[in-house]
Design a protein around this ligand. Sequence first.
Ligand code: SAH
Ligand code: SF4
Ligand code: F3S
Length: 456
Amino acid sequence: MQTIETSNKKSKLKSLDTLFIKTYGCAMNVYDSSRMSDLMQQAYGLRIVDEPRDADVILMNTCSIRDGAENKVYSELGRYKLLKDKRPDLIIGVGGCVGQQEGERIQKRAPYVDIVFGPQTYHRLPEMVKEIRRNRVRLTEIDMPEIEKFDHLPKPKVEGLTGYVTIMEGCDKFCTFCIVPYTRGAEISRPPEDILEECRQLIDAGAKDISLLGQNVNAYRAEDADGNAVDFAGLLHLVGSLEGMQRLRFSTSHPMEMTTELCEAFAEIPALMPYLHLPVQSGSNAILKAMHRGHTREDYIRIIEELRLHCPDIALSSDFIVGFPGETEEDFEQTMDLVRHVHFDSAFSFKYSPRPGTPAAKAEDDVPEAIKSERLLRLQALLKEQSRLGMARQVGKTTEVLVEGKGKREGDLTGRTPDFRIVHFQGNPRLIGHILPVNITQAYDLSLRGELVIED
Ligand code: SAH
Ligand code: SF4
Ligand code: F3S
């Protein structure tokens, strides 16, 4: 831990009442932010506010996955500085992946930042806040301790019908373009008993749709209390058989760890929903190799075939990168070809951007910006067409919808299908929280419209 003295020594301390958290990035960060808020509420009784100007403590939970991440953080910090100029007691913390990556550089550039911390150290926030208030110092806390975080977090607070449980963290895959292994550290899995306990609490509190989270959930490897090895498919069976578990999902998985048992789990575990996000990044074997993804396009296609054998209606989603160093027109065409072959229901696609410290950043970023843009447009047009087709195919089906809340239109409710599509339909708000059959009547780009099969 690094400590810097500050000059603000004399003024009297104001009590801490309110907290604002700004979250960027992936589902893990959303989960981490909710844990930070639980922690700070427990330690200081802080109330969450929606505006930074109303907060005594401002935390940023940052993401550094793509270009411009650091600049976004500094420009947001600039706005918080104006608040701190007026209220010197305001505490500003920068956590998450940019915090981990930049460390002390943040306080060199923005000396008004009180705490810099990483994804593995946020459980120490209450201590850090105490320390900076007592000794008037600034702190940087970005060591990567062995997994100790989860033992120090309060029980999760549950709100709403959907719940999230982190089952593993970090990544050992080291894809050459990716910063995550450097910001999140090595793969570490939580004991199955802890995960089951957290799921149990979520179910008891009313969660109907639970997602297991991790950078590579299917790299999950742990031992239970009796010393038996538990892999990801095994964990899914355990979690899926908890009483009251209605809907189970997971994200994100890696093609290299898609075992036969995992493909079969989609057929064997009734609660496991027919939806999978399986990033492929590229359809060219040369690029996949340069990315160090550890699989070929043929491997990927084989996995999808196996999945569809066990779960024919599974909705598939993926991530793509265009313009990786050395990507030729032919390589890109291979990606288009793979998309045509597989058919995705939804996808995220990005232009490659070099990240500091990654192996790919040493190679020349040689695909011109205009070509990256043009390839991205072509890919996105194809993916959009496939997603539209996938939506259109739902019309006429009757599907089980978890009613999540009121819709925007008068008298509308909104919910999710098992394969994660949004559905709007007319119904009584007392149906919220129930899973009911809905007949799909219309398809739009991003949502469906339907009618309750049994009127209430
Ligand atoms: N763990 C997940 C992905 C996490 S990052 C996996 O292994 O697939 C989410 C997505 O961001 C990646 O799938 C990739 O498509 C994209 N991404 C990561 N680094 C990137 C970079 N340097 N440039 C562009 N996109 C990137
Ligand atoms: Fe990044 Fe690759 Fe790890 Fe995914 S598997 S987090 S893309 S290094
Ligand atoms: Fe971003 Fe870190 Fe998640 S870089 S995508 S917040 S793991």
